[in-house]
Design a protein around this ligand. Structure first.
Ligand code: ADP
Ligand code: MG
Length: 351
C-alpha cells in the first residue's frame, strides 16, 4: 500500500514558520518594488506615475466551494480577479499583497498548494508579491488580495467617460465561466449522492477553464496602444454583462442599446446551456466571472477595431433619455436589468 504523505498542522510550524515557508523563495522582479516581504511594510517607488490600487475579499462558501475548486486554482484566480480590476483602468499591474484567514482544517501543505497558484499567477502577470497578513479563522478560508499598478495620467480609463453614439465593445467571449460553474455544481450534486460516480466533464475543458482558471486581459493595454485607440470608458466583467453595462451607463450618464445577436459566446457555452436547459443569453448577461473587458470607443475608431479577433462590437451608447435596452435576436426591445451576481442579496422569501 502506498504510504500516505504526512500532512503537517500549521500549529507545528507556527504563523512565522508558515509565512517563511510560503515566501522564502519570492524574488522581486519589478523596479518599483523597492522592499518586499520581511519588514513592517513594503516600499514601492512609482516615480512620477499614477498609482492604481484595488482590493478583493473572497470567502469560503460565498465566493468559492472547496468541494470542487482546487486550492491551486483558487490561489491563481484570487490574483487574477485583482489584476483584472487594474486592467479595467488601463493600468499595468506591478505588486500584490495577500492576506489569509485560515481555519484549523487547513494543513501546511494545503496552504502551500494555494500559494503555488498565487505564485503561478504572479509569474504569468509579472507582479511581485510584496506582503500580506496571516491569521486564523473559525469558519473557513478567507483570502484578500490587493493589487497595485501604474499608469501615466493620460492612459487611465474610468467608467464615466462614455458618450452617446460611442461603440460598446467587449473582449473575448462571455458566459463560459457561468456555464462551467453550472457543470461543476451538477457533478458535485451527483458526487454527494454517489461518491463512487466519476464526474462527466469531458468535452467541456474550455468552460471549466473559464471558471477555474480565468485570465485577466492584461494584453489589451498593449492592443489599445497598437491600434492607436483609447477607450472612453471601461470596466471588467466580473458580475455579468448587464450589470457592467449599467455601471458604465450610470457613471457616464448615458443610455445604451445592446444587441443580443452580437454577444460573443463559445460553442461549449451554448452546448452546455442547451444540455442544462438554460438560455445562454442569461449566462452572458447575468452569469459572472468572465473577466473580459467591456469598453466604449468613439464611432470614428470603428475601422481600427473591426478586424481585431479579440474585440466585438455589441451595441452603442445612447442619450440617457432613451434608456438602457436590449434588442433581442427577434428584433424586440426590452429594458436591460441588472441581475448580476450579488453575494449580499438575500434569497427571495419563500411563498
Ligand atoms: P506584522 O506583525 O507586522 O503584521 P507579520 O509577521 O504578519 O508582520 O508579517 C511579516 C512579513 O510577512 C511582512 O512583510 C508581511 O507583509 C509578510 N506576510 C505576512 N503574511 C503573509 C502572507 N500570507 N503572504 C505574503 N506575505 C505575508
Ligand atoms: Mg501580520
Amino acid at each position: 500500500m502506498p504510504e500516505k504523505k504526512r500532512v503537517r498542522e500549521i500549529s507545528e510550524i507556527g504563523e512565522f514558520g508558515l509565512i517563511d515557508l510560503l515566501t522564502k523563495d519570492i524574488q522581486l522582479k519589478n523596479a518599483s518594488s523597492v522592499k518586499g516581504i520581511g519588514d513592517d511594510a513594503a516600499v514601492l517607488d512609482y516615480k512620477d506615475k499614477q498609482v492604481v490600487i484595488s482590493t478583493d475579499l473572497l470567502t469560503e462558501g460565498v465566493h468559492f466551494n472547496l468541494m470542487y475548486v482546487p486550492l491551486k486554482h483558487l490561489g491563481y484566480k484570487s490574483v487574477v480577479v485583482n489584476v483584472s480590476d487594474l486592467c479595467a483602468m488601463n493600468a499595468l499591474p506591478r505588486q500584490i499583497t495577500v492576506s489569509l484567514a485560515l481555519s484549523g482544517k487547513f494543513s501546511v501543505e494545503a496552504v502551500e498548494e494555494l500559494y503555488a497558484g498565487i505564485k503561478r499567477a504572479c509569474a504569468a502577470y509579472e507582479v511581485d508579491l510584496v506582503g500580506g497578513d496571516t491569521t486564523s479563522s473559525l469558519t473557513g478560508l478567507v483570502i484578500s488580495v490587493t493589487a497595485l499598478g501604474e499608469a501615466e495620467k493620460e492612459e487611465l480609463v474610468f467608467r464615466n467617460g462614455a458618450k452617446p453614439n460611442d461603440l460598446l465593445c467587449v473582449t473575448g467571449d462571455l458566459g463560459g465561466a457561468y456555464m462551467g460553474l453550472q457543470l461543476l455544481e451538477r457533478e458535485n450534486e451527483v458526487f454527494k449522492v454517489n461518491p463512487a460516480m466519476k464526474p462527466h466533464l469531458k468535452g467541456y475543458d474550455y468552460i471549466l477553464e473559464r471558471q477555474l482558471k480565468p485570465e485577466a486581459r492584461k494584453d489589451m493595454r498593449g492592443v489599445f496602444k497598437e491600434l492607436g485607440i483609447k477607450p472612453s470608458s471601461m470596466i471588467d466583467i466580473s458580475d455579468g454583462l448587464s450589470s457592467e453595462i449599467l455601471h458604465l451607463c450610470t457613471s457616464s450618464g448615458t443610455g445604451c442599446r445592446l444587441y443580443e445577436e452580437k454577444i460573443p459566446m463559445d460553442n461549449q457555452t451554448r452546448k452546455m446551456a442547451e444540455e442544462l436547459h438554460i438560455n445562454p443569453l442569461v449566462a452572458a448577461l447575468n452569469g459572472g466571472d468572465d473577466y473580459e473587458l467591456l469598453f466604449t470607443l468613439p464611432l470614428n475608431d470603428y475601422d481600427r477595431i473591426r478586424n481585431h479577433p479579440d474585440i466585438t462590437v455589441i451595441g452603442n451608447m445612447t442619450n440617457q433619455s432613451e434608456g438602457t435596452n436590449l434588442i433581442t435576436t427577434g428584433g424586440s426591445e426590452m429594458p436591460l436589468l441588472a441581475q448580476g451576481w450579488n453575494p449580499l442579496k438575500k434569497p427571495a422569501d419563500p411563498k
